[in-house]
Design a protein around this ligand. Structure first.
Ligand code: RIB
Ligand code: CA
Length: 321
């Protein structure tokens, strides 16, 4: 049986890889892509998503819904310094491609309501769209089956600041609202999970490059800018938080250990904007989330190798590939 899901994304670098997982993993039934302000310019994110659909050979098959173009309260902060344009300079003729007219928040509400309790959402950008949907439709929280969130760190390091992980830092008010809404959330944190178990070193990157499919070439191109950035900040390889979140939803057997936590997000701190306070059950707070603590790292890598080994024919010619 396949898992019906929506990926809520700020499409650049590993978001593209997460979309490939949603599009090509035989266990996934990707119903829609919803876009939120985050990594790079909003319209560029939309183009990156179209490009990813094309490289997967599925252009026109999965709708893309544009969502919130800025965080709930604060000005948008981007991560072009990390991801470049998010697509490694690749491009295609996309002048005729239009996203859906239905707003991402309405699409999320509708898709969840169509089959209450069955839809999974993998949220791999700031949580603006998800928080908005929960505010707009009082039934949304109940209608969503599973919510996987890539964000925060489990009492560890941030990335955009010492304390803040990018997705929660960009829209801390939305992240706080989501954890207070009553969703049954599963969190895929930056530290330790991504930072220590989902980094692909040079040997792994060479293995992927040697696959020699359009998808593996695409992977190398979209991850190049991030690899350079990571090396500058002392991370020995490319980071895969978003594709990890999608893969763990579809393959729970890759989870080795998880724990129940009360998660809340700092919105008032001077130095700790977006910090995720993950309380592990000894502070008298009721758990509102499952936080994944350890994965089968080799199994995750093998899974991505499997996805990138698929012999797709891009829907349109991609310049630079
Ligand atoms: O902190 C990691 C997150 O922010 C990921 O979703 C990635 O897309 C990034 O920029
Ligand atoms: Ca992302």
């Amino acid at each position: 049986m396949t898992t019906p899901l929506v990926i809520d994304t700020d499409t650049a670098q590993d978001d593209c890889v997460a979309l490939l997982v949603g599009l090509l993993d035989p266990d996934a039934d990707l119903r829609a892509i919803t876009m939120v302000a985050g990594n790079v310019g909003f319209d560029k994110q939309l183009r990156n998503a179209f490009l990813t659909l094309s490289v997967a050979g599925r252009l026109g098959e999965v709708p893309i819904h544009p969502g919130c173009r800025r965080p709930l309260v604060r000005p948008w902060v981007s991560a072009e310094n990390v991801h470049g344009d998010g697509s490694g300079g690749l491009s295609m003729d996309d002048a005729d491609l239009e996203p859906e007219r239905e707003h991402a928040v309405d699409a999320l509400i509708r898709l969840a309501a169509e089959n209450p309790g069955e839809l999974s959402i993998v949220a791999i950008g700031p949580l603006t769209n998800i928080a908005m949907a929960a505010v707009k439709d009082p039934d949304f929280v109940r209608n969503v089956g599973t919510l996987y969130v890539m964000g925060g760190s489990n009492n560890g390091r941030g990335n955009i600041s010492a304390a803040g992980e990018f997705n929660f830092y960009v829209d801390p008010e939305a992240a706080k609202a989501v954890f207070a809404s009553g969703f049954e959330v599963t969190v895929v944190p930056w530290d330790p999970l991504t930072l220590r178990q989902a980094v692909f070193d040079q040997e792994r990157l060479d293995t992927i490059a040697a696959i020699g499919t359009p998808l593996s070439d695409f992977f190398g191109r979209v991850c190049a800018a991030t690899l350079e950035f990571d090396r500058r900040v002392g991370i020995d390889g490319t980071t895969h938080p978003d594709s990890l979140a999608a893969s763990l939803l579809l393959h729970p057997e890759l989870v080795r250990r998880s724990g129940r936590y009360h998660v809340d997000v700092e919105t008032a701190g001077e130095l700790t904007r977006g910090y995720a306070a993950m309380s592990w059950g000894v502070h008298g707070l009721e758990a509102n989330a499952t936080v994944i603590e350890e994965i089968d790292a080799d199994g995750f890598f093998d899974h991505l190798v499997g996805v990138l080994s698929r012999r797709t024919v891009p829907s349109r010619r991609i310049t630079g590939l």
